[in-house]
Write a protein that binds this ligand. Sequence first.
Ligand code: PRP
Length: 211
Amino acid sequence: MRKLRIALTKGRLEEKTTRLLEQMGYDVSELRNKGRRLILDIPGSGLEAVLAKAADVITYVEHGVCDLGVVGKDTIMEHGGSFFEVADLGFGRCRFALAVKKGNDFYSGYAEKTVATKYPNVTRRYFAGKSMDVRVIKIEGSVELAPLLDLSDGIVDIVETGTTLRENGLEVQEEVADVSARLIVNPASLKMRKKELEPLIAAIEQAAGQP
Ligand code: PRP
């Protein structure tokens, strides 16, 4: 049988996830010195780690080629999918927010509003929940540009420190949802490899301080 495989989100969550595995007593030297390698052994753990973009973490776990994954709730909310979300790991905390140019009120006036976002599904759902029609424009990154260029009335985006908004003359008008890193598991893996996965999930939860 192959080693259990955990898909980790590259970038913002990577260092904290590596530290979590280290706290569990694992040797994370391959993860720390990975160069451009994408599949890394975690010696002595019976685990190998795969480094992927957030949405791909979900795809690999959904298809069962990875048994576990660590991914942000933002990606889970946008992407959905068939997997179990088994733990809130407590790090990578930030929030989804509706932001506008400083001093503007997103809801003023009667004209249809335009929202730019990397998260069109989250955005549509949010405004549908308010029974409000908005035009949603998908942006791939640096969404803060859209209202500055008058492409949109506001953005729905992740706010962590608030620095990006502040330095670009934008401000939060409304909180949409809280976000943090989550542990996800493939349902078939959980059934077939329960004996290995259950203690591992418990150990991850314990190290994350959220039993
Ligand atoms: C995220 C987000 C904001 C910024 C928020 O972007 O989309 O732009 O971080 O962080 P802050 O509140 O601490 O300033 P990211 O850096 O992931 O890059 P991207 O916009 O190019 O996707």
